[in-house]
Design a protein around this ligand. Sequence first.
Ligand code: PMP
Length: 579
Amino acid sequence: MQITTEEIFEEFEQLDPRDQSQYLLELGYDLPRFPPEAKRDCDLVHGCQSQVWLTGSMAESGDDPVLTFQADSDAEIVRGLITILLASYSGLRASEILAFPITDVFDRLRLKQYISPQRHNGLQGMVDRIRTIAAESLAPSVAATVKTKVQDRATADHHSKPASTSIRPFDVDEVRRQFPVLNQILANGRPPVYLDSGASAQKPQVVIDKEREVEEQYFANAYRGRYSFGARIDDELEAARQKIADFIGASASEEVAFVPGATAALNMIAFGWSSGRLQPGDEILITPMEHHANFVPWQQVAHIHGAILKFIPLTEDGRLDLTSLDQLLTRRTKIVAVTGMSNVLGTVTPIRQLSDAAHAVGAVLVVDGAQSVPHMPTDVVADGIDFLAFSGHKVYGPTGIGVLYGRQSLLSEMQPMMFGGHMISRVYSDHSEWAPPPARFEAGTLPIVQAIALGTAIDWVQQYGLAAIHAHEQRLLELAATELQSIPNMTIYGPSTEHKGAIVSFRMSDIHPEDLAALFDLNNVFTRHGHHCTMPLHDLLGVSATTRASFAAYNTEAEVRILVDSIREARERLLRHSS
Ligand code: PMP
C-alpha cells in the first residue's frame, strides 16, 4: 500500500530535525526499485544531481485522465523525495495535478531545511516532468480551461500576500546612531556629513554584525556541503533571497538571482536576453539619463546585433517626455530599458505607464533600480517590470552583491552569460544543459557573506518601511532645493521635488565643481562631483561636471544646512581669490 501525504506529515511532525532527514532516507528504502531494463535514458529527469527515472501512465483514460507515476533513483534520499511526490500526485486527474499546490507540501515538510538547493532544483525537475506528463495527457479542449484557472490562481496568490508594514517609528536620531561610520569625530573635530549615498550607502551595525557572525560562527561554501555549517549557510542564503523577493514584490524567490551588482545584472540581461532574439533592425528604447551601466551594454548589444538604439527625449526640466512614446515604440521595439530614478537628476520614471506601453508592442521592460529600489517601494508585479537590477551597497548592504530579478517565465528562457559550476544541470563532453533559474545565473561561488548580509540590510529597511524613509528623504530634498536656490549663479538640474527622489545635482556658473569638492572636504562634507557615469546626459546639460548631494535615511536637516553653509563659505574663499 502506497503511503499517503497525511501519514508522511504526521510522522514528520513527531520527529526532531535530525530524525526528519533520517526518515526521508527510510522513505527511500521502502520505495519499490526499477528493474535494470526499466531504467531507460529517455525517462531520465534533467536537473537532478543523481539519476532519476520517471514515467507516468493512465489509471483511467478520458479527456482528463487519472494518472499514476513510477520513479526510481540511484540515491536513497532522492527516492525519499520521490515517495513524497508519488504520494502527492498519484491517483489525481491531470487537471488536478496541474492545479496541485505542491510547494505547500514542501513547505509543510520544511524540505528546504533537509535538502540542498541543488537537490531542490532536481526536485523541481521531477515536478516539471510530472506536470508535463499531465499537460500532455489532457484533451485540447480541457487544456485551455485548465490553463486559465491555474493562471488565475497564481495571480490571486500574489495579491493575497500580506503587504509589509512599518513596525518601528522613524526617528532620524535613533536611525543615525546605528551607523558607526557616521558617529566618529574626524580630524577637524567634527563628524562626517555623508551626502554620497547615491554612490554607496553606509551600513547599520546589524549588517556589519551579520557579516561578522557568518565569518566567525558558521562560514562554509554554499550549496555544496550537508554538514551543519553548509546547511546553515544554505538556509541563510535562501532566507535572504526570500526577503529580497518580498521586498520587491516578486512572486517567488526563484525570480531573484544573486549577482555582483547592478552593472553585472544589466549586462547579463542585455546580452542574455538579446542572444538569439534580437534581429538587425530591431529597436531598443532607452533614455538619455541612463547611468552608463544601463547605456553602454545596450549600445554594445545594438552594435553586435545590428539593432537600433532609440531614446525617449527629456523635457526641459529633466523628466521623460512621453508625448511621442506611441511613435517611438514600434513592432520592432524588443526592449525598453529605463532607470527607475536618475542618479543625477533624481527624476523618478513612470514605470507602470512605460511597462503598459512596452507590453502593448510585445517588448520587455528592464528597470535599472540601482537608485529607485533604496528610496521608494518597488512592486515588480504591480509595476509590470519584467527585469530589475539593483546593488546591495546602495541599500545599506555590502558591496559585491546585487540582484537580478526576472519574471520566472523570462528567466527560464534567458541565456546565461557566465558558465561554470552550480549553473548547470548536466554537462556532457560536447554540450551542457542549464540548471533552472536562479542557479543558472549564479555560476561559481557566490559572495556568500555579502548576500546573507544583504538580507539583513533589507530587514533593516523593512522595519521602518520605505514609505517612512522616503518621506524623510523628501523633506531633506525640499529643504536642500529651497536653500540652494538662494545661492547666486546656481543651477539645480532636474525636475521639482515632487518628481524626484533623494538626489540634488547642481552647479554654479562661477565655481567649478572640482574646486567646490576640495573645499567641502575641509568641512567633512562628502559629496560627489563629475559626470556621475552619465556622459550623454551631461552632454545634453551642456556641462562636463556637476556636484551631487544624495541623501539617505540617516541624513539630517542640520547636514543639509552644513552643505549650504559650506557652499557659501567656498564661494567667499574662491571668489575672493579670483577677483
Ligand atoms: N545604475 C545607476 C542608476 C547607478 O546609480 C549605478 C551606480 N552608480 C549603477 C547603475 C551601477 O551600480 P553598481 O556600480 O553597483 O554596479
